[in-house]
Design a protein around this ligand. Structure first.
Ligand code: HEC
Ligand code: HEC
Length: 444
């Protein structure tokens, strides 16, 4: 007869340490699954949270739609191990330059290198732990990080040279990868070879476009199809314009119809248009010293002091209204109860109260990250995520921060009551002087 070991043995130090080892081994195994160092990953996770939002707000049933979306996305974009780029984007003169399939293949797949020491699997090596396989910001570490890693699939980026609503340029993404994001866990990849950085840029664009298309398909199914009458995203149809007909000639597929082609093309075009919207930062007025540049004459010092004082006035005034969020001296003690657009996307936009755990439960079960308020930055620290050069601060003030409550400032002449370029430079001077000034004040 089989004898069970006596109960107290379960607590012996041997079993305890064995259990600890088993836990550790299981943890390492789980980590190897998510980092995917050598493990093939044959599918991107789908955007269940967004599908759930649509189901909640529009009383639709999207299960069948989700499987159609999966088939369409695989046909257009392939898998994490074998990325594809839609034929009709490659063959179209305008969109062909956007992403190169060679670079995608370098960034995708398992981490490996060839005989010439060319590295592959760059995204899995450097980014997946935070940004997740699908670029959904749900990597293994995401829950532990503040701010959370970015979910690319909304197509929103914060630190760029283009206005709210526009995509970033390649230069913006390049500079971001080189410098990282100060004050967050997003590291700098300055040590990577240029080729690797370029491949990663393509891959970010690829994941973002894929994610935007996924959302677009789910929305089209919800708002434009008669699902009850059996209409599907994969139904074949007649192209409406010659341009699309031309594109469609390249697509020999039963799954991809002209609506899908139009959707993908529209999403891709937004990336192409980014360059046209870049803000060119004007030089400061000739006689205006910028804080940190050591004015040499008494007159210059006086001019700088005036500029800082005027900047402070603007900061606390009605038009710029910075103090309402950042507090009168930029300590970040103004309004602190708002959320960013990534959180709103599945809370308020889904009719759910971000503070009501009970309501949020179905979303949290699908993997959504616990909502956190987005805090206006404490500007006295002098740590800037989007770069700390005077022109970076000018850009931030003029363009705002997409996806967050931080607005673009109203500017003349578009807005007659807005600020002038010289006013914005005064604000920059005020911001640059803040760490030292406030230090002085608190030490008094
Ligand atoms: C240790 C975690 C971590 C790693 C690794 C990481 N990131 Fe990030 N990343 C973040 C966080 C956190 C943010 C959000 C910062 C914020 O919202 O201010 C972010 C934001 C971004 C953004 C959005 C920037 C913007 O302007 O909105 C891009 C693009 C990005 N990361 C790309 C990458 C790429 C590509 C890699 C790999 C080469 C990578 N990240 C690796 C944590 C990470
Ligand atoms: C409605 C609230 C709000 C207003 C008004 C506002 N901000 Fe912000 N600001 C924020 C939030 C929130 C953040 C943090 C965003 C993030 O990076 O996630 C921020 C971030 C910043 C940053 C950090 C940028 C970086 O690169 O890290 C600066 C600088 C800044 N604000 C300056 C200003 C100035 C100057 C004004 C007035 C012209 C202003 N803000 C008005 C909410 C606001």
């Amino acid at each position: 007869m089989l004898r069970l070991p006596p109960k107290r043995n379960q607590n012996s130090s041997f079993t305890r340490s064995a259990r600890r080892w088993i836990k550790l081994a299981a943890g390492l195994f789980a980590l190897s699954q998510v980092t995917g160092c050598d493990v093939p990953i044959d599918a991107f996770e789908d955007n269940r949270i967004f599908a759930k939002r649509l189901e909640l707000t529009d009383s639709v049933e999207l299960e069948l739609v989700r499987s159609d979306v999966d088939s369409i996305l695989i046909e257009l974009f392939g898998t994490p191990d074998q990325p594809l780029w839609p034929e009709f984007l490659q063959s179209n003169e305008q969109t062909s330059s956007l992403v190169s399939i060679d670079r995608l293949q370098r960034a995708a797949g398992a981490v490996r290198s060839d005989e010439e020491d060319v590295h592959y699997g760059l995204y899995r090596e450097h980014c997946i732990l935070c940004h997740g396989i699908a670029g959904n910001g749900l990597g293994a570490t995401s829950r532990l990080l503040n701010p959370y890693p970015r979910d690319f699939r909304l197509g929103k980026f914060k630190f760029k040279s283009t206005p709210i609503g526009s995509r970033p340029t390649r230069d913006d993404l390049r500079s971001l990868l080189r410098h990282g994001i100060a004050g967050t866990s997003m590291p700098s990849f300055a040590r990577l070879p240029e080729d690797d950085i370029e491949a990663l840029i393509d891959y970010v664009i690829y994941l973002t476009i894929r994610g935007e298309v996924e959302r677009g398909l789910l929305m089209r199914a919800t708002y434009e199809l008669d699902l009850d009458a059996g209409e599907r995203l994969t139904d074949s149809d007649q192209p409406e314009s010659a341009d699309v007909a031309l594109n469609q000639a390249d697509v020999k597929s039963n799954t991809i119809n002209h609506h899908t082609i139009e959707l993908v093309s529209a999403v891709a075009r937004k990336w192409l248009m980014a360059k046209a919207h870049v803000l060119s930062v004007p030089a400061p007025p000739d006689d205006l010293p910028i804080y940190g540049s050591e004015p040499t004459t008494g007159a210059a010092r006086e001019r700088l002091a005036e500029s800082i004082a005027h900047g402070r006035e603007l900061f606390q005034g009605k038009v710029a209204n910075c103090a309402s969020c950042h507090g009168p001296l930029g300590a970040g003690d103004g309004t602190v109860t708002d959320y960013d657009d990534w959180t709103k996307d599945w809370t308020t936009q889904a009719g759910l109260d971000p503070l009501d755990k009970q309501q949020l439960r179905p979303m949290l079960k699908l993997g959504a990250l616990k909502p956190r308020h987005i805090l206006p930055r404490n500007l006295q620290l002098g740590v800037y995520r989007g770069g700390s050069r005077p022109e970076d601060l000018y850009t931030r003030i003029a363009l705002g921060i997409d996806g967050t409550p931080m607005p673009a400032i109203p500017m003349q002449p578009t807005n007659p009551l807005g600020l002038t370029e010289s006013d914005v430079w005064d604000l920059v001077n005020f911001l640059l002087s803040l760490p030292e000034q406030t230090d002085g004040e608190s030490n008094q």
